[in-house]
Design a binder for this molecule. Sequence first.
Ligand code: CS2
Length: 493
Amino acid sequence: MTPRLTTLDGLPKGVARPGYLPSAHGVGIVHLGLGAFHKAHQAPYTDTALAVAAGDWRIAGVSLRSPKPTLQLGPQNGLFTLIERDSKGSRARVIGAIARALCLGPDRAAVMDALTAPATRIVSLTVTEKGYGVDRSTGGIDRGHKAIAHDLLHPDAPIGVAGLLILALGLRRAAGVAPFTVLCCDNLPDNGALVRGLLVDFARHAAPDLADHIAAEVAFPATMVDRITPASTEATRAAARQMTGCLDEAAVEAESFCQWVIEDHFPTGRPAWEAAGALFVSDVRPYEEMKLRMLNGAHSMLAYAGFMAGHAHVADVMADRALARLVHRHLGAAAATLPPLPDVDLEAYAAALMGRFANPHLRHATFQIAMDGTEKLPQRILAPAVAALEAGQPIDAFAFATAAWMRYVRGMREDGTAHDLRDPREEALRAALADTPAETVRALMALPGLFPRALRDSASWTAAVTGRLERMLAQGMKAAIAEEDRAARSAEA
Ligand code: CS2
């Protein structure tokens, strides 16, 4: 029988393993959101930092809802395989940085102990864009968000990020323990300031005496995180088993590329993540904008257009020559909205992204990227669209991406079968669908807090989106892609 992965002993030679003795290091980080991205990004960065520079920086991982991560990692002593894939092949690496896995529901007391322990100096977060409950038009709490509403009513038994962190920061303060640093690792614009705004506003409502303390004493460094990480599947686990000789329920796979740019503001210390290649800077924003507008913006465009054109995976999109050219056009249009970054060549970045998207060894589903469009569009597509409009640059690429999203929002494939939307505003989206493309565009653009005023008020933007949505609906996505590509090429010529 194949043994479960529980120990580093006996792993085959080709499998990389921690360059330190995991049990010799204490926990210094609590991570909320124990999903594939954390396991493929922060956990391996921490693994390398521990090997190079030691320290008590292992991670207590917390799943806010699903018991799955604890069921997978618990019996494996936190060990899991990361499979890194690129054109040269696949490599397996067992990661030892996760000391324990907890699930908030059954393990509430242990989670609170971890959050209030003086040894915990960082609380990091990957809960996805919709996990926070920020009202993006005010920067404060969104009272309609389920976890925010719950935690305002039950501040002693919170289920969301804001409630948990405020309760823990209050207990630490009462006990005379320094606050932890809050490290947001989600693809949100200015993510440190965004979470700071959320917590300060939540405190104003739930624990007013804490608001000033948080504003003055808690550090919220901003980050840009990057590693393409498809959801784990049976095939991931089968590959891990084949490479390690062990059953690994917690295995993840990712591209070999990874990047982490972090604002260096950690008053109570941090792991030596630079040992693993993290870049510490004073201002993350230009890197973050570059990544959100170029990588994530092109990703969202290709996910909506690709899914509707029948492409299940990103690599299939990149094999569709017309659509791949539109991905390239999108990257160029996004780059044109960015300020120059010293030491970064945006053309080279775009070329590298084309290669990363085309990675044939990654099965990254367009459907996975398509999820939560209302949370992603603003920073990925709409902000650069406003910038392009204001600078008098072409808006076609952004209008095409937006129309493709609106086509996707119909929830119906071209063969008439339904598909899920998987968006927190799903009901409002469905209610906005109208009989004509023009009415649909108008209704979707009127959803509160989604489209910036500059776009809503622009006749040229509205016409650019409407014309494209009409074509997508009347002629199908493939024909719309071909026409867009033709027009783009003649504009370039
Ligand atoms: C993707 C991102 O699912 C998505 O929305 O665009 O998860 C993307 O793969 C990562 O940000 C890459 O770093």
